[in-house]
Design a protein around this ligand. Structure first.
Ligand code: NAP
Length: 274
């Protein structure tokens, strides 16, 4: 198997793309550390969502732990790495996936929302990598495989998204942050490869507010109509599935991508090629 006995940390793994990444890695033999936000909104079902992922991975015969915490806070990165080492002794792969996407144009964007968005989508990746690097270097030094850090960005890092300038700022920053540390770590001989992925529209709970934001005010349009209008921009003619991102993460996590450093893989059904 591609990731036999590797330990993979996935942030934002209670649903959507993060869940698919965790399951895809477990199917390739990895043990998994799941992170999720788990704020106070239990009625939203967040806790039960991560429990489902735990069950799914255990059913695959892999070991798994779940660690609650906001990636925008330094203590979450510390806790994730501590619990990973306590449970498994090493860390091979970090997939920085946790993200939020509030919809506000620049003019109606409260500064607090801007800061929170960049805090999760950009600073969250920085903080996780900062805490995991030493352990990942030790792991790589005793392994025939390199460690891998995979940052989940977005097509919003490649083209301007007027309804989400904070999201574009965070993801655009994540793009070049990824390249900067990828080059640095490679030149230092750390044996930790860092790469990033740019999903287009993927069918997860994150997209509902996007469709809502595109409803024409006062019209009888349904969410389905708004969704169809957005999808017209996609040459492939459909929304993506979380597993179509997870399979690319799996590739970047394993030795099949051993010569890839600072690469950006666009997985968007042709949106940015058109
Ligand atoms: P999602 O379905 O909304 O899931 C987001 C996940 O991130 C959940 O597990 C959530 O945990 C967690 N999370 C949110 N804020 C967090 C925080 N501060 N700390 C820790 N965990 C946090 O989103 P998704 O669509 O799977 O998106 C995953 C990543 O892909 C994001 O970085 C997103 O920007 C990116 N992306 C998505 C799309 C798309 O169309 N879906 C396109 C491009 C890029 P809780 O459940 O506990 O809140």
């Amino acid at each position: 198997m591609l990731l036999d006995n590797k330990v993979v940390i996935v942030t934002g793994a209670s649903r959507g793309i993060g869940r698919a990444i965790a399951v895809a890695c477990a199917k390739e033999g990895a043990h998994v550390v799941l992170n999720y936000w788990g704020d106070n909104d239990r009625s939203y079902g967040r806790l039960s969502a991560v429990e489902e992922v735990v069950d799914e991975i255990e059913t695959l015969g892999r070991r798994v732990i779940a660690v609650e915490g906001n990636v925008a806070q330094r203590k979450t990165g510390l806790e994730l790495v501590k619990q990973a080492v306590d449970a498994f002794g090493h860390v091979d792969v970090l997939a920085s996936n946790a993200g939020i996407c509030p919809f506000h144009t620049f003019l109606d964007m409260p500064a607090s929302v801007y800061e929170a968005t960049v805090g999760v989508n950009l600073n969250g990746a920085f903080l996780g990598i900062k805490e995991a690097l030493d352990v990942m270097r030790q792991t790589a030094s005793g392994s025939p495989s390199d460690g891998a850090i995979i940052n989940i960005a977005s097509v919003s890092a490649l083209k301007g998204s007027p309804g989400m300038p904070a999201y574009s700022a965070g993801k655009g920053g994540l793009r070049l942050f990824t390249k900067a540390i990828a080059v640095d770590f490679a030149r230092r001989g750390y044996r930790i490869r860092v790469n990033s992925i740019y999903p287009g529209l993927i069918d997860t709970p994150l997209t509902k507010p996007l469709f809502e934001s595109r409803l024409k005010p006062g019209s009888e349009e349904s969410l389905e109509d708004a969704r169809s209008r957005i999808l017209e921009q996609y040459p492939i003619g459909r929304i993506g599935r979380p597993d179509e991102i997870a399979s690319v993460v799996r590739f970047l996590a394993g030795d099949d991508s051993s010569y890839m450093v600072g690469a950006e893989l666009v997985v968007d059904g042709g949106l940015t090629a058109a």
